[in-house]
Design a protein around this ligand. Structure first.
Ligand code: FER
Length: 285
């Protein structure tokens, strides 16, 4: 499995922010996690036919967010719903199901009101462990008894959602084949392990992937050079490359490798740029 490399990042056409003729729907599916009742938002494409097999893209939001953050953005709606509708209507990509869960426990909303430094260890714990809820409760609630194979599942995430994406790579390769961490490093070793413990984090990820013994996967990391997380992600990517190990075979072309990195000039840590990454990357899956 090779994904085509992003050589330039295309702008989202202005018309894609308008309503498409053929519109999918956003719905909420609830599930229980222990004593918690939680919901996950699911984008179902126009003309959805339960008898067909679709690709599923699981997207994990950033710190302080919720299952709708990819649509509601940080202060300004992202337009992602209309963008997805237009991309599918115009055959920029195949119809996909987009699943946006949350790692926050429903009963622990006060986490978001704590002073930020106090949130960090709690968020590390939530994001590093969310893979279990994802592969059990969330996939079950969304896909039910018609689960697709791992080749049809991708996972992406922004910021703390990217931290989550790296941990899904380390633990749940049996469930996902494509990983798109956006603007966030792995916190497996420690908070901001991508910069403070680059080599140790790279080795941890290499060993965790090797142990799962599943050869087919693709990792496409993206960020911006003015993104606050670039300083944490870029050194980790470099350490992963420097391992010179086929587990992370960095690709510079469209023919070989399983690992790529794109950095947007002037890109920042915000849903506006994240939405543009998604517009460019989703058709490559
Ligand atoms: C990073 C990974 C995650 C990072 C920030 C975050 C600044 C998350 C921040 C937040 O949720 O507020 O590498 O670098």
């Amino acid at each position: 499995m090779i994904m085509k490399l992003l050589r330039t990042l295309n702008e989202i056409p202005a018309s894609y922010f308008e309503e498409a003729k053929e519109q999918g729907i956003l719905k909420r599916i609830t599930y229980t996690k222990g004593t918690d009742t939680k919901y996950v938002t699911v984008y179902e494409p126009y003309g959805y036919d339960p008898a067909e097999e679709y690709d599923y893209v699981y997207m994990i939001h950033g710190g302080g967010g919720d299952p709708d953050s990819y649509y509601t953005g940080d202060g300004k709606p992202t337009g992602l719903k209309n963008i997805l509708d237009n991309m599918i209507q115009n055959h920029d990509m195949d119809a996909k199901i987009i699943v946006t869960p949350t790692y926050y426990p429903e009963n622990d909303k006060p986490i978001k009101t704590l002073p930020f430094p106090e949130q960090i260890p709690i968020m590390r714990d939530l994001t590093e462990n969310f893979w279990k809820e994802l592969i059990h409760e969330v996939i079950d609630a969304v896909e039910g008894d018609r689960k697709v194979s791992r080749e049809h599942r991708a996972i992406t995430g922004f910021s703390m959602g990217s931290v989550t994406t790296w941990s899904v790579l380390a633990h749940a390769l049996a469930y996902f084949s494509t990983f798109i961490p956006m603007s966030g490093d792995s916190w497996a070793i420690d908070v901001k392990g991508g910069s403070d413990h680059s080599e140790e984090t790279a080795k941890y990820l290499r060993d965790a992937v090797a142990e799962q013994n599943i050869p087919e996967y693709f990792i496409y990391a993206v960020t911006g050079d003015k993104d606050i997380a670039c300083a944490n992600l870029a050194p980790m990517i470099k350490a992963m490359k420097d391992l010179n190990d086929p587990i992370f075979a960095f690709t510079e072309n469209d023919e070989e490798g399983n690992f790529a990195f794109f950095c947007k000039p002037d890109g920042v840590h915000a849903y506006k740029d994240i939405t543009q990454y998604l517009y460019n990357v989703l058709p490559l899956i």
